[in-house]
Design a binder for this molecule. Structure first.
Ligand SMILES: *[C@@H]1O[C@H](CO)[C@@H](O)[C@H](O)[C@H]1NC(C)=O
Ligand SMILES: *[C@@H]1O[C@H](CO)[C@@H](O)[C@H](O)[C@H]1NC(C)=O
Ligand SMILES: *[C@@H]1O[C@H](CO)[C@@H](O)[C@H](O)[C@H]1NC(C)=O
Length: 692
């Protein structure tokens, strides 16, 4: 065998790097995030203590690709829901809300502050919102924002308010802006001409900054994956010959960022509320929103490490998060920091929408249907529950058992203020006012995906949609899904295609006895593989009727309590409420802070063996608008129940459900409603056997 001898001299991280290779092949990782690729037969010696960056084989493919913004549109009740959002706080805040108000958009310093957080969040959300409801006003607002930011790029590449000032430059505030800009280019590719060069220029500067240890602070260090995803979008679609720089920047972000692969390890992951624990990693990694965003760190890492262990760790971390902090509404609890399982601890609205987005990305990279199942549950339960039906007022924190929404005394949230569960303009912190509008639009945009070879279209999130895209071989395909789902088990899908292709539809894990009928043929049992049922669709029109029933299921919760589900919906006792206006915005009277107080008894235990499902489909065929408010969804579950002794903690929240309750009154029947339509509720019930 011939001897291979090589010496490589160079520098990395400003540390001299010397390689000396000779003889038989060895391939070794020197540090977690760095890879060797040694071609040929060689023995590798490292002299000095540095990692090396060598040729990478590019980015690993995702399992599924998202469709560009605008190719998936909402229809039916979901279109109406987005209209409700557009007519509510989300669509109007630009007119009056300080942080994103156009009155500040005159180019002065207050405008610039928008790119530190508020403007970025708003932009990221409203780009999609404007396109999905064809709203010309919103589209011109985001166009203005985009133009302004690009027009004011510094000559060195910096984007944002820290141009021509001595303000310190930190990277993170731009990341949601990048997501918005990417969506605009997806929707209108002629914008690439301006956006792509501006991004490359910024990346070049950012790369130098990161190598010099600049631009980084605690929040940037937790949220590095959002920049990595932007770099990967450039790499995938507009690399412009900068592949090596893009990959190096990804690696540097991971190297300098918080170690999510360790945070999500079972041996370190917190199994209780964290206020009395010590985080072995930077403290902000246990912050609810950072964790929601950090769920994307490992799948995005996988794309440049090609390391299956990154995907395994992402999947394990997801499971741990919901095992120890999960809610029957689909989401997890973090009232600032991870908050365990107790039903009165809070879940921040920002983490609801960020987890939905992260779950969509996890599904697209990994392909495990558990991510899609959970995103759907969060979207149809936790998201609408934390906004008023008209979407003008939102909470900072929602509770699984929420018997009042008011200034709380005492305060059940160790690190958030007593006002956190009020429905209002900006209870506790303003961030969710500008960030919540991404929830519905991004759910919609990610509802269909395609396989990387463009051969197959996949319907991921069930609900009413219309989709138009072009698959391989210039195959123009349109899909219309007509359904009231999740307020119906039936989905009627009409597909038109120029050529034959494979259509796939997700069958959620909770479906029992699901059937599909193709072009009027007799219905057959669905046969999902890895959560997807495939249909060979011919050229022309194909009609599918899916029927996806589900059993009522009972989830065990702390203190021997139970939570009730059927299909994608979680059901709760909707406590009737009285309302008090606590505040009203001076410019916009619709923007109110609302206190809700219970006007009926809520201290019930239920008999889980008595549950019965009821569906009263609307005779008009359409759901009320809005649908996510008390008594409006057509589905309910009745339970045999009785009143029990169940204390109020302090004056305003329920103590833990009594674990061995006794009836204090006669058996009665209570009605449980979809969680998303309740604003005050019991979602975790004491249980007992009730004999009538
Ligand atoms: C792959 O992951 C394993 C486990 O985390 C790690 O030990 C190894 O260094 C990683 N390899 C690369 C090339 O990143
Ligand atoms: C796309 O962007 C170009 C360039 O800004 C603009 O002229 C055009 O009107 C846009 N098209 C749509 C459909 O928005
Ligand atoms: C779905 O199709 C079935 C069978 O063609 C029909 O009976 C039903 O009314 C349709 N439902 C909707 C929501 O269009």
């Amino acid at each position: 065998m011939g001897m291979v001898i090589c010496f490589v001299l160079g520098s990395f991280l400003s540390v001299p790097l010397i390689l000396h290779c000779r003889g038989q092949l060895t391939i070794q990782g020197i540090r977690d995030n760095m890879q060797w690729t040694v071609v040929g037969s060689a023995l590798v010696y490292v002299l000095g203590l540095t990692p090396a960056v060598t040729a990478q084989t590019g980015l690993a493919p995702k399992k599924f690709l998202n469709l560009p913004l605008g190719q998936v549109k909402p229809s039916g009740w979901l279109h109406d829901q987005l209209i409700v959002q557009t007519n509510g706080l989300a669509g109007h805040e630009h007119e009056f809300y300080d942080y994103v108000s156009e009155t500040d958009w005159t180019g002065g310093p207050s405008y610039y502050s928008n790119l530190e957080e508020a403007g970025s969040y708003w932009f990221n959300a409203m780009v999609a919102n404007g396109v999905l409801v064809d709203d010309a006003t919103i589209q011109s607002q985001v166009q203005y924002f985009l133009d302004y930011v690009l027009d004011h790029q510094d000559t060195d590449g910096w984007l944002g308010p820290e141009v021509g000032t001595t303000k310190p430059r930190f990277l993170w505030g731009r990341y949601p802006f990048f997501f918005g800009a990417i969506q605009m280019v997806e929707y209108n590719s002629s914008l690439a001409e301006r956006v792509v060069p501006a991004l490359h220029k910024f990346v070049s500067l950012a790369n130098t900054m990161i190598h010099n240890g600049e631009g980084l602070e605690d929040w940037t260090n937790t949220r590095w994956e959002d920049f990595v995803m932007t770099l990967q979008w450039l790499y995938d679609f507009y690399p412009e010959g900068n592949e090596d720089l893009l990959i190096d920047t990804m690696k540097m972000l991971k190297l300098t960022g918080d170690p999510w692969e360790d945070v999500f390890k079972p041996e370190y992951f917190p199994q209780t509320a964290v206020e009395d624990l010590t985080n072995p990693f930077p403290e902000l990694t246990w912050h609810g929103v950072n964790m929601a965003e950090g769920l994307k760190a490992l799948p995005s890492t996988y794309r440049f490490t090609h390391n299956q262990s990154d995907l395994d760790a992402a999947s394990t971390g997801w499971d741990l998060l919901f095992q120890y902090h999960g809610r029957p509404s689909g989401i997890y609890a973090a009232d600032e920091y991870l908050a365990g399982l107790e039903a009165v601890r809070g879940t921040e609205l920002c983490l609801v929408v960020e987890t939905m987005f992260s779950g969509s990305y996890l599904y697209q990279v990994i392909g495990d249907p558990k991510f899609a199942d959970r995103v759907e549950r969060i979207t149809y339960n936790a998201l609408p529950a934390t906004l008023t039906g008209n979407m003008w007022s939102r909470q900072y924190l929602q509770q699984q058992n929420q018997i009042a929404a008011r200034n709380m005394s005492p305060n059940p949230f160790p690190l958030d203020g007593p006002y956190s569960n009020v429905f209002g303009l900006e209870p506790n912190y303003p961030c969710c006012t500008v960030n919540h509008p991404q929830g519905w639009p991004k759910f919609i945009s990610n509802a269909f995906v395609k396989t990387p070879d463009d051969s197959s279209l996949v319907h991921v999130y069930l609900g009413p949609f219309s989709t138009q895209t072009t698959l391989a071989n210039a195959n123009k395909v349109t899909v219309n899904v007509d359904t009231l789902y999740p307020f119906s088990d039936t989905l009627n899908t009409t597909i038109t295609a120029a050529k034959a292709f494979t259509y796939q539809v997700r069958i959620p894990s909770w479906v029992t006895g699901g059937t599909i009928s193709v072009n009027g043929a007799k219905a057959k049992p669905v046969a999902p593989v890895n959560g997807l049922h495939s249909v060979k669709v011919g050229a022309g029109t194909t009609r599918l009727v899916l029927n996806l029933p589900a059993d009522i299921t009972i989830e065990s919760r702390p203190h021997n309590s139970v939570a009730v589900h059927r299909g994608p919906l979680h059901y709760a006792f909707d406590i009737s409420r009285g309302q008090k206006v606590l505040a009203q915005n001076a410019q916009q009277p619709m923007a109110v802070d609302l206190e809700f107080d219970a006007t009926e008894t809520w201290q019930y235990a239920i008999d889980p063996s008595s549950l019965q499902f009821h569906n009263e489909p609307p005779s008009s065929g359409t759901l009320p608008s809005p649908v996510f408010d008390s008594g409006l969804p057509p589905m309910s579950i009745t339970a045999t129940a009785c009143e029990i002794d169940w204390a109020i903690a302090g004056t305003t929240f329920a103590s833990a459900p009594p674990s061995s309750p006794a009836c204090t009154g006669p058996a009665t029947t209570i009605t449980l409603r979809p969680f998303g339509s309740t604003k005050l509720r019991i979602g975790e019930f004491p249980q007992l056997k009730i004999t009538a």
